[in-house]
Design a protein around this ligand. Structure first.
Ligand code: PLP
Length: 489
């Protein structure tokens, strides 16, 4: 399988590349992304026959269908990392919580967010490729809370890789911050940034554009790559759990179609569902749930993606506080082609908005529908289900708005649960007590777990006793020097 570019080719970059190339060099011509030039097809029998496959076996079977240029031994090693999830036989348990609602729990990995599903195997493959090429890579990451811990965890002490991770100081939960600043890998640098997530992300972009920074990297023979979901190396692993979720559903009941509900931010998870649907997974519709940063709801309702007069709002589902949702581009390319995709992306950059035609909107809505909810809805949902003995985090809670409002047929629905409650304990406690008090994560974890008799995994409770190894909070202007100093060590 080859990978092609979403915005056409600039005559400098190669027109089509292998998987490994797209993984190491995720940025394509004109600022576009890499996408597969075809998708393997799975027929009806595939799902029936896959019923007795483990998660790892299914992952391998599907990866082999993609014919990527990664040898089987490396694939085996990469997916063996799922053995370290809570249940090595089934890293993604499917739980029924309503007659027609099933929760696909994607948070059973080391950092308790669904980012581990892709970043664990991805980190192994990237480091392996770097090693085989004898090339050193610097992975830059800006995080609002979940990508940072999962990126640091997967690359910790890996050969040929260094990671510099920036988070907004005061902008993450205590647990998320501690998951980063207590990381002891020798090849990791974590920096708090004065400002919000946008500032951290802008700092990263400034760095990528800085010629002094690039010169210094070149001198040290270090290449740059990225670990966010613009990298197709992550997307490929995000196709699998949608398929496995359906197979798990088939083991619980008979059906030939379902709704797939996704709490969305950068649209990587939703894109995985879209590709799975194109491969033959019988998804009736992909239902996109958002918080009040509802730019995706507007796009799918009206065909207009509009950044004008929009400001990022802080919510209790911070991983979905995002206005520039990068992976929408891959859907636009798939549906409308490279020339149109480039035009739309240029409109977004220059005019801060783009508008689909009525016909284009109709095509988008064949696969997607969308809705959003506010923090009160999420809180009430958490409380309602806690009473019924199901505990969901604030991101997962947004999916109930889609379940309640968007289904037009009585089909089973699978909602993706993207984080464990332990990452957002103060919000959880506010929800069950129906108050607005300010709690620390440590107090909230303790009180919530005692009240509801739920365990806190050791990887979370231990965080508060671990030594803080990265205590630097720096101004934007000092980031470049900090990272260069780190690379020289
Ligand atoms: C990253 C994240 C999301 C958003 O996922 P996308 O693939 O970026 O749309 C939702 N919930 C949680 C908890 C996350 O960490």
């Amino acid at each position: 399988m080859k990978f092609i570019e979403t915005r056409g080719n600039d005559g400098i970059k190669p027109k089509e590349v292998e998987f490994s190339y797209a993984l190491l060099n995720p940025s394509a011509s004109f600022g576009g992304l890499y996408v597969p030039d075809f998708l393997p097809k799975l027929d009806e029998n595939f799902f029936e026959n896959a019923k007795d496959k483990s998660y790892k076996e299914l992952t391998k079977a599907i990866l082999l269908k993609f014919c990527i240029d990664i040898d089987e031994k490396t694939i085996d090693k990469a997916i063996s990392l799922y053995d370290d999830f809570d249940d090595s036989k089934n890293p993604v348990p499917l739980k029924k919580i309503e007659k027609d609602l099933y929760i696909n729990e994607l948070f059973h990995g080391p950092t308790r967010a669904f980012k581990d599903m892709a970043l664990q195997p991805f980190g192994y493959i990237l480091s392996d490729l770097a090693k085989k090429q004898g090339q050193n890579y610097l992975i830059l990451a800006a995080t609002s809370g979940d990508t940072g811990p999962a990126t640091l965890d997967t690359f910790s002490n890996k050969d040929n890789i260094k990671v510099a991770c920036m988070y907004p100081d005061g902008g993450t939960s205590d647990v998320q911050r501690l998951q980063m600043v207590t990381q002891d890998g020798k090849n990791l640098k974590v920096l708090g940034i004065v400002g919000n997530f946008d500032d951290a992300q802008n700092a990263l972009k400034t760095l990528l554009a800085s010629s002094s920074f690039k010169d210094e990297l070149q001198k040290q023979n270090i290449k740059l790559s990225a670990a966010n979901s613009v990298n197709f190396g992550r997307i490929i692993f995000q196709i699998i759990y949608h398929i496995f979720g359906y197979i798990s559903l088939l083991k619980q009941r008979k059906t030939d179609s379902f709704y797939d509900i996704i709490p969305s931010g950068n649209f990587g998870n939703a894109l995985g569902a879209y590709y799975a649907k194109k491969m033959g997974l019988p998804i009736k519709k992909i239902l996109i749930a958002s918080n009040i940063n509802n730019i995706l709801t507007d796009l799918i309702d009206t065909g207009v993606y509009d950044l004008r007069q929009r400001e990022l709002l802080k919510t209790t589902s911070p991983a979905m506080d995002i206005l520039i949702s990068s992976n929408v581009e891959r859907v636009l390319f798939d549906k409308f082609g490279g020339a149109r995709c480039k035009e739309l992306m240029e409109d977004l950059k220059e005019k801060k908005f783009y508008k689909l035609t009525a016909d284009e909107l109709k095509k988008l809505r064949e696969d997607f529908d969308a809705v959003y909810c506010d923090d009160d809805f999420a809180k009430n949902t958490i409380r309602k289900y806690a009473k019924k003995d199901y505990i969901m985090d604030p991101h997962t809670a947004t999916t109930l708005s889609a379940y309640e409002n968007l289904r037009t047929e009585n089909l089973p629905s699978i909602a993706c649960s993207t984080a464990q409650w332990t990452k957002f304990a103060p919000t959880m406690l506010n929800a069950i007590k129906d108050d607005d008090l300010v709690y620390s994560d440590e107090v909230a974890l303790d009180e919530f777990s005692k009240t509801l008799h739920v365990r806190i995994p050791e990887s979370i409770s231990n965080l508060f006793d671990k030594k803080v190894l990265h205590d630097k909070v720096v101004d934007k202007k000092d980031i470049e020097q900090e990272i260069l100093n780190f690379l020289k060590q």
